[in-house]
Design a protein around this ligand. Sequence first.
Ligand code: 13P
Length: 318
Amino acid sequence: MHLIILKQTAKALVAPGKGILAADESTKTIQKRLEKIGVESTPETNLAYRRMLFTTPGIEQFLSGVILYDETIRQLINGMPVPKYLENRGIIPGIKVDKGADKIAEGLDGLQNRLTEYKNLGAKFAKWRAVIKVGEDAYIEENAEALARYAGLCQEQDIVPIVEPEVLMDGSHDLAKCKEVTSKVLQAVFAKLKEQGVLLEGMILKPNMVISGKESNMKASAQEIAEATIEVFKTMVPVEVPGIVFLSGGQTPDEATENLKAINEIGGPWQLSYSYGRALQEEALKIWSGKDENVAAAQQTFLDRCKKVSATRSVRPG
Ligand code: 13P
């Protein structure tokens, strides 16, 4: 393990004005996304879609890294392995290594060898998403343990772990409930990370914002979300963690942009950035709709959204 490499990669991933594109939808999830625009998901159509995103001119100004899925990391763009293509553009390639929320043991099984393979394929960082549903506290410990074991294995191989404990927006809970559960989850995660000896300077945290549930009739404002989020993180996240990259989790692109802006206006001791999937892709996906003639318009929309989200990082704490 080389702390200097881990620190360098982590720092580059949360560099000012830049964030991460999560394009690591599993086979099932990409199928759902493409179905919505009337495109059948195959390795070829999945690549065509992701090629549209990754070849967008100018995205390297706003994207430090891209999280890939197992299928994509083995594919080619312009005759080049996707990780190499991204690296040539100054974008760091990463890889999703969990095997789905309900397959924790399966994901950890043989993880060391999979990480070695991914490293050889060009991955410099990894992601493990653990999912917590409000009201299902029983799974917190198990998920925290898995995240910590995964993070330790990554660091052994100089791969920066993105530790993603996601408290889902699903449900009718209010902001206060999300705050309570998120605090509990983060406390458990950092306790396990400590136990496993994970170097906090060489990891990135990818959490949910503290937000009211999708079905809640008391929708919190961006200001309330930002205040609650920063309050929880100031208590639970050690300052040694170089950056927090939020997931969008079902917020609309505008909400995910506004909320991150409000969070950055308050600020904290860490870089406060993004690792958005849906919020960066949603608008471009619709415009693309599987048609070559829409690629340029979809890319422009994608670039515009990346730019808007990136701009939230340069607001001054008020
Ligand atoms: P969303 O931003 O769509 O939540 O995706 C981020 C992610 O990587 C979830 O694991």
